[in-house]
Design a protein around this ligand. Structure first.
Ligand code: NDP
Length: 279
């Protein structure tokens, strides 16, 4: 019997996840199916349970995207440490009556940076823009790479400060760096080796009020949005930074989920190249 997986979101029509997982399954010889399911905004739990109960093969897991990651966190009966730290779940595994919640976004970003872009976060001064779910999901994995510093800057300064404080206090996290949380105005005169845009500003074409000084010489500027050039990418390029979009993170978080589910780590380079060709 074919093991069944799905991604839930609203909207979901644009999702590349079914294609990515089909390529992973073919490459690794795993017998799985993977579909995209549009859940009503007030009907995620019902849609998930209907999927789990449907015939046609055992339901083994699901990915979860906007706007259901926090609800998936609450629905999970057990959670991994990285899901707890993120406060959001993007990967669910169904195991013997339990629903295990995980978050692979941060691991995906770190793998994209290190393996695909040759940008090791270790020792770097990192600026993380945004304090929403995406930013929250990547802070712990980034801190575990031992950057020189991690500054979280957000339009709403209080949210950045609250988030930074929460991670600085993380028990059992023996980190030499403490994250700092500020508003965009606090960035004046500061420089970073890696600037990650985890805001959704690029989706609406909004310009972030960033001083050009944030892009240090040989800086890498990482935009989590993919499939379009954003004002952040334009600004970073004009400032001389090396610019990357979030397609690699998307593929790597999917590979991490595939590994969690199947115990096999797919190779990502060819899959990423195929998606770029089709973009
Ligand atoms: P949230 O809605 O949780 O957070 C949005 C964040 O963006 C907040 O920090 C908000 O600031 C900020 N923001 C929104 N508009 C503006 C603006 N005009 N100017 C400045 N700041 C702004 O979204 P997520 O954290 O879930 O997602 C953020 C982005 O990351 C999305 O675009 C998403 O597509 C992308 N993403 C990409 C992934 C990938 O695999 N490549 C994975 C996950 C997310 P404030 O607090 O002030 O409102």
């Amino acid at each position: 019997m074919t093991d069944r997986y799905a991604v839930f979101g609203n909207p979901i029509g644009h999702s590349k996840s079914p294609r990515i997982h089909a390529l992973f399954a073919k490459q690794t010889g795993q017998d799985i199916s993977y579909e995209a399911i549009l859940a009503p905004t007030d009907g995620f739990a019902a849609a998930l349970h209907a999927f789990a109960a449907a015939k046609g093969g055992p339901a083994k897991g699901a990915n979860v995207t906007v706007p259901f990651k926090e609800e998936a966190f609450r629905l999970a009966t057990r959670r991994t440490a990285r899901a707890e730290a993120a406060g959001a779940v993007n990967t669910l595994s169904f195991e013997a009556g339990a629903i295990i919640g995980d978050n692979t976004d941060g691991a995906g970003l770190v793998r994209d940076l290190k393996n695909n872009l040759g940008c090791d976060p270790a020792g770097r001064r990192i600026l993380l823009l945004g304090a929403g779910g995406a930013a929250r999901g990547v802070i712990l994995p980034l801190l575990l790479e031992n950057p020189a510093e991690l500054v979280v800057a957000n339009r709403t300064e209080e949210t950045a400060a609250r988030l930074a404080l929460e991670f600085a206090r993380l028990p059992g996290c023996a980190l030499s760096v403490k994250p700092d949380g500020i508003g965009f105005a606090g960035l004046t005169g500061r420089a970073f080796d890696l600037v990650i845009n985890a805001t959704s500003a690029g989706l609406s074409g909004a310009v972030l009020p960033l001083p050009t000084s944030v892009f240090a010489p040989r800086c890498v500027a990482y935009e989590m949005v993919y499939g379009r050039a954003t004002p952040f990418m334009d600004q970073a390029q004009a400032a001389g930074a090396r610019v990357a979009d979030g397609l690699g993170m998307l593929v790597e978080q999917a590979a991490e989920a595939f590994f969690v589910w199947r115990g096999v780590r797919p190779r990502t380079a060819r899959v990423l190249a195929v998606l770029r060709e089709q973009a």
